[in-house]
Design a binder for this molecule. Structure first.
Ligand code: GCU
Length: 681
């Protein structure tokens, strides 16, 4: 038996006031017969059944009945409903119209294409589930971003790299899973929030996974791709750059070698013979030990373009990741700065990639820390397609034990003004392609789901998955709107439930930041698994993630004059702001500057006192979350109540450990006592 949490925000609870919609809900009129529209019809049927306790009849359009009409602007005669077809001329392929027809007999769910119809259906179901009025329903919608992608980090043995919610729903025991029910349900969840692309295997492509593009696995990739395609989601695969050698027995994978070129061309043709709608490749090359063009003295341009040429005839794309840095750094070397790496590696290559290559850039220059500045590479390449990469999986933000709602963080990133083309050059305008007129662009993220019954380990982490989809569909939605929607759809309308969960979610990112690494310095986590505090865990390691704390001060000098020069990678005035000790925002101070513990922040607090205060505060906030959650006993599904309660308890232990380690470490280093005399060890 599946609990409600399995259905996340698609629970379709019985409506309290069903009468106001019941006329139209009894009939579904369908104007097109496509696989995607069939998915929409099925979704609608199930949802109406569950919300109204009826079995709606499905009829071909046109019909005279009161009904919900599903079709596209080509299959439904809009003039008859007094709607001008021109309404659709400016709408992109994925857009749609939701309208209660003037005759008050039909609700129209009209896509520009069938994909739009599917999105319209999910949107309409949201309206019903939230019991909003449809009397004046007239909504025209289209996604702002073109590529809205999920990256699974699933391995074929069933494990998930940085997975915190059980095992893979795609793979098991070195093969695809036999039962693809959850893949289908995942597809429903994804398309309900507008995600339109997915790469199904880990960016680190190990031995067996290398074979996913071989005849051994392609029939199964196709099976999965067909399911995803029926929800308008395009399948991509992560590939091993050394495939020509490992699968093709060639001597080299040199992108300029003719045999290699030919091998890729034939391989891609083979893939498309199985999966005509295949999306393309995601590539992690010359990154953290994975093979790439560097071995042959070639660069990223040659590396990506050979794949792009192979994919071009099929409209396929190369998503080339920019997470390239020296991961064998000597900690004694103070010149190399990992934060600089993506920009240093890629910026000068602008304009040289083929137009079906997209560079995928992590939101920050390091690696998904709780606080980082925006990557300076975003916006720095005006003639190269870019995709922004977020991490929904909470690798460094509590691993779905601790609650950490990331929508507020992503909003800050999207609204950040890079000044790449003068004022107003926001990250969202880069991602949506409008700033530079990119041919392809958008937003991708590392998924946080697994085969746990609630999908995300901590049930509250579902909000990050939901919010990601809604936010990248339209980055102008407010955090508030997204959060409220998720809570209502998932937990119902009890005001107390809504209020407490909203409070917890909206405060949780700040809380997590409060009890972990201070003021943007990052890391201080246990090496390898990255959960829990270890102040010097990475201090003398090869990964390039240092904080340089000594008895006098802490922080990384990334200024132009005396530091690594990283601050200079930004456009003005950002470069100046970050470079300046006075103007650098407090929350990023230690990312950009090495300062004495007694340095006064803009808040008026000293750095050391800020560390003590926030770490005490962080723990108190978690205690407060626990109180709030406990007050919801009996108001949310028992299983979910216990799930979150248990995680909050573990979060509290984690927060206490962080607080005491961090405070003690800096007290011992600095010898400066806490002004409030709280216990430090
Ligand atoms: C992080 C993460 C790795 C992952 C890598 C990537 O470093 O810890 O597990 O492979 O990012 O994004 O490629």
């Amino acid at each position: 038996l599946l609990t409600n949490s399995y259905h996340c925000w698609l629970q379709y609870r019985k409506l309290e006031n069903a009468e106001k919609y019941s006329k139209i809900a009894s009939t579904i009129a369908v104007a097109d017969d496509t696989v995607v529209i069939n998915s929409a019809v099925n979704e609608l049927k199930n949802a109406l059944n569950s919300m109204f306790d009826i079995t709606p009849s499905v009829q071909p359009f046109p019909t005279n009945e009161y009904s919900i009409v599903l079709g596209t602007y080509e299959s439904v005669d809009l003039e008859e409903f007094g709607i001008a077809r021109e309404l659709f001329s400016n709408l992109n392929e994925e857009g749609y119209l939701l309208k209660y027809a003037e005759n008050q007999k039909q609700v129209l769910l009209i896509g520009k294409t069938d994909q739009g119809t599917l999105y319209a259906t999910f949107h309409f179901l949201r309206i019903l589930q939230r019991e909003e009025s449809i009397d004046d329903l007239e909504i025209i919608e289209a996604p702002k971003n073109q590529l809205r992608m999920m990256n699974q980090w699933d391995n074929i043995d069933g494990s998930i790299e940085r997975g915190y919610s059980g095992n893979s729903i795609f793979f098991n025991d070195n093969d695809f899973t036999n039962d693809l029910t959850r893949v289908r349900d995942y597809a429903r969840l994804l398309s309900s929030v507008g995600v339109n692309a997915i790469s199904i295997n880990n960016v680190n492509v190990w031995d067996i996974e290398t074979n996913l593009i071989s005849e051994k696995f392609l029939p199964k990739v196709k099976e999965v791709a067909d399911i995803l395609e029926s929800y308008a989601i395009t399948t991509y695969l992560s590939i091993n750059y050394a495939s020509p050698m490992e699968l093709g027995n060639l001597e080299s994978a040199d992108p300029l070698n003719e045999e290699v070129e030919k091998w890729w061309a034939e391989k891609v043709e083979e893939i498309y013979s199985y999966i005509p709608e295949f999306g393309g490749f995601v590539v992690k090359a010359d990154s953290e030990g994975r093979p790439g063009p560097f071995t042959y003295g070639r660069g990223h341009v040659e590396g990506a373009n050979v794949l792009a040429r192979a994919l071009k005839p099929f409209n396929g794309k190369v998503v080339w990741r920019c997470f390239v840095y020296n991961c064998l750094q000597d900690w004694r070397d103070r010149k190399t700065d990992r934060a600089r790496a993506a920009y240093d590696n890629f910026k000068s290559l602008d304009g040289q990639f083929l137009d079906n290559v997209i560079l995928q850039i992590k939101n920050g220059p390091m690696d998904f820390q709780v606080r980082e500045p925006v990557s300076p590479l975003l916006g720095a390449m005006k003639d190269t397609n870019q995709v922004l990469e977020f991490q929904i999986a909470q690798e460094y933000t509590g691993q779905q034990i601790d609650v950490c709602y990331l929508i507020p963080q992503w909003k800050e990133v999207l609204n950040f003004d890079t000044y790449a083309k003068g004022e107003g050059s926001t990250v969202k305008s880069i991602a949506d392609g409008s700033l530079y007129g990119y041919k392809h662009s958008g937003i991708a993220a590392v998924s946080n789901i697994g085969d746990d019954i609630n999908w995300t380990g901590n049930t509250l982490a579902q909000a990050n998955f939901y919010g990601f989809g809604r936010l990248i569909w339209n980055p102008d939605l407010t955090t508030d709107e997204i959060t409220k929607d998720w809570i209502h759809l998932t937990f119902g309308n009890d005001p107390k439930v809504v209020e407490e969960i909203e409070y917890m979610l909206l405060h949780s990112w700040r809380t997590y930041e409060n009890y972990t690494a201070p003021l943007g310095v990052g890391w201080m986590v246990n090496p390898d698994h990255h959960y829990g505090p270890n102040v010097e865990g990475y201090e003398y390691s090869k990964w390039g993630t240092y904080h340089f704390a000594d008895r006098d001060g802490i922080g990384v000098d990334r200024t132009i004059e005396t530091g690594t020069g990283y601050a200079g990678q930004y456009f003005e005035p950002n470069a100046k702001v970050y470079n300046s000790l006075e103007n650098c925002p407090d929350e990023l101070l230690l990312f950009f500057h090495h300062v004495p513990y007694t340095h006064k922040l803009q808040s008026g607090e000293t750095v050391i006192q800020h560390i003590y205060n926030t770490h005490y505060q962080g723990v108190e906030e978690v205690e407060d979350f626990i109180q709030r959650w406990n007050s919801l006993k009996g108001k949310v599904e028992d299983w979910v109540f216990e799930n979150v309660k248990d995680r909050l308890q573990r979060q509290l232990e984690n927060a206490i450990e962080w607080r005491d380690r961090i405070n003690t470490y800096f007290y011992r280093k600095s010898g400066i006592p806490d002004q409030q005399g709280r216990p430090i060890y």
